[in-house]
Design a protein around this ligand. Sequence first.
Ligand SMILES: [Zn+2]
Length: 354
Amino acid sequence: MTAPARYYDGVTAQVTDAIAKWGIGELLIYRPDDFAIVARWRLEDIVVLGDTEHEAIPAISVAGSDARLIVVDPELRAELARVAYLSALTAPKPAAARRVMKLGAALVVLVAAFWGIVDYGSEYAAPLVPYRLQAKLGREVRGELTTGRTLCTGAGGLAAINGLANRLARTGELSHPVQVTVVKGGPVNAFTLPGGYLVFYSQLIDEAKDGEEVAGVLAHEIGHAVHGHPMKGMTRQFGVNLLLNLLTGGYSELGTLGSGGGLLLALRNGRAFEREADATGIRLLEKRGLRADGMSRFFGELMKHEPSDPALSLGIWSDHPPTAERIAATKRPPSGQPDFTDQEWKALRAVCKD
Ligand SMILES: [Zn+2]
């Protein structure tokens, strides 16, 4: 059987039979016989060599290397080309054939791929946004949002909330760990940032009646992370400029955007995202056999005192406070294991007292 692809390492004359598959933000190239990985190419470094003069099939290469991958199998080629970034792989031969797409042009195509993700919400392409970039952006935004605020450092409380957050994230098959930061004080709110960074305000923990209510909000936020909502929101708000800054490693504009409330606006989730996060949060809790009655109860409490502060209408509030419909849709009986042990809940309550 012919291998789906041929890999040339660019150093020796050796040709390796290969298969290629998308990983998180990278292309994995491995041998079909023993699945040994022969190369991992970062998405943002991949270039399509568009010269079809000598090759019927355009080769894929990676910046800073002479390695080549020739995808012989049309099905695999189509699969790889589903990422807009590599669409040239299956594009009909242009009349005036482009010679070689250099990195600069490839970046523009990558931006187009990001827009594709945002505009069409492609479930397939969303995980391809390089995690490294998402995490860097998430940390930047967290820095902006928490400037001048006290971060709570209670080790037991942070371990409790981070432990549950990561168990839920794994159940949701999130490919990377999440990190919860607790900011001292109000408002009663929480955010999820790109790269799996969550921000909780301690007033939310103080006003919750029990651990299940905090866990309900936490599960909802993990739902946002699982669906990649924060990255989609940031892209909508900041568009191509931010992405270009991201790709070139510059963040000078982020502070300026943040000061105008832009960051908060970017983190606002629409109704569809909220429903999706609610449903996923409940599913993750139930899948782990945990109590899932806290979310609806907490939303019910929130609805009783609607916010007047516009800052409150973001984050868990989104652009609308929880509606009766959302409260009804997430209502669950108090069955299952407790979300936090008594000891964990006690520690979480005291997370800002250290
Ligand atoms: Zn939300």
